[in-house]
Design a protein around this ligand. Structure first.
Ligand code: NAP
Length: 282
């Protein structure tokens, strides 16, 4: 008797734009794994039932994207620590008892990206400025605290959302409105954009970097375009920069390992494949 081919999907609504099939398809081929990875659009009204009945789907696991990350977390019988804190999952699987389990790997994606492309970036782990207070910001604040940053300042258009994160994450996190940004930047060792500003088809991120130390690292969660306005501006004034594509690539690693039994690497060929798919945007 032959074992059934393991099959995973990325599920969201809409989901056709997702690069996850390309990423996992690359690894399936590279490691010669007899598995499949596809896209599954689940309408919001069907999402709760879909995740609660996941064991009947025939799937080994899934990536979960917008807008289902919270509803999938609520359907899980087990969550990892990050998913519990964030109330959202991006990776799910069934354990041996058929129980739905969920993890949030955006934070390890963020760390994996900087570890790979900006070695030594957290040696001093001083002060970080996080622009935005949505899902990506929560994952990144969690990541920065795990690396012992002394102060993480969250700057958001809606200050109440930044305050909620700061209250939840404790004494090393501080909430601010955009008005404080110039002063905050003076102390920054790391500046991260997690707002959707600067993304293709969204308004640009208008920011004055003149008070930012030249030694600060600047990174962006946005990866379409790859070289955002923020990264261009930082690069021109001599700051080290890292784009957001690696975060996407690294967040995919634990799911692939979980479903297909091989821990993959984020290598140059994978990056080049996705850059080509993004239209060579640099
Ligand atoms: P989200 O939960 O919707 O949060 C969006 C954030 O952007 C909020 O803080 C929002 O501020 C802010 N924002 C939106 N429009 C704004 C405007 N006109 N002016 C000022 N602030 C504005 O989204 P998310 O899931 O955190 O994702 C944010 C970005 O990160 C997206 O571009 C996404 O593609 C990217 N991302 C990348 C990765 C990766 O792997 N590289 C992973 C996750 C997300 P308010 O709170 O005031 O609305």
């Amino acid at each position: 008797m032959t074992a059934a081919v393991k099959k995973a999907v990325v599920t969201g609504h809409p989901v056709a734009h997702s690069r996850s099939p390309l990423i996992h398809g690359y690894w399936l081929k590279k490691f010669g794994v007899d598995g499949e990875y596809g896209c599954l659009d689940v309408a919001p009204e069907d999402a709760d039932r879909f995740f609660r009945d996941f064991s009947e789907s025939g799937l080994t696991g899934a990536n979960v994207t917008v807008p289902h990350k919270e509803i999938a977390a609520a359907a899980c019988g087990w969550l990892d620590e990050a998913a519990k804190v964030m109330g959202a999952v991006n990776t799910i699987w069934l354990d041996d008892d058929g129980r739905l389990c969920g993890a949030n790997t955006d934070w390890t994606g963020f760390l994996g990206n900087l570890d790979q492309r900006a070695s030594g970036w957290d040696d001093d782990a001083g002060t970080a400025i996080v622009l935005g207070a949505g899902g990506a910001a929560r994952a990144i604040v969690f990541a920065l605290l795990s690396r012992k940053f002394k102060a993480v300042h969250i700057v958001n258009r809606t200050p109440g959302k930044a305050s909620r994160i700061a209250e939840e994450f404790g004494p090393r996190t501080f909430a601010h409105s955009w008005d404080n940004l110039g002063t905050l930047l003076e102390e920054a060792d790391l500046l991260v954009n997690t707002t959707s500003l600067g993304m293709t088809s969204k308004p640009s991120l208008e920011i004055d970097l003149s008070s930012l130390p030249e030694s600060a690292l600047v990174t962006d969660a946005v990866y379409v375009p790859l070289q955002t306005g923020l990264l261009k501006q930082a690069d021109q004034r001599g700051n080290r920069t890292v784009d957001g594509l690696g975060m996407l690539l690294h967040q995919a690693v634990p799911g692939f390992e979980r479903w297909f039994g091989v821990r993959p690497e984020v290598d140059d060929d994978l990056r080049a494949l996705i850059v080509r798919d993004l239209g060579g945007a640099t």
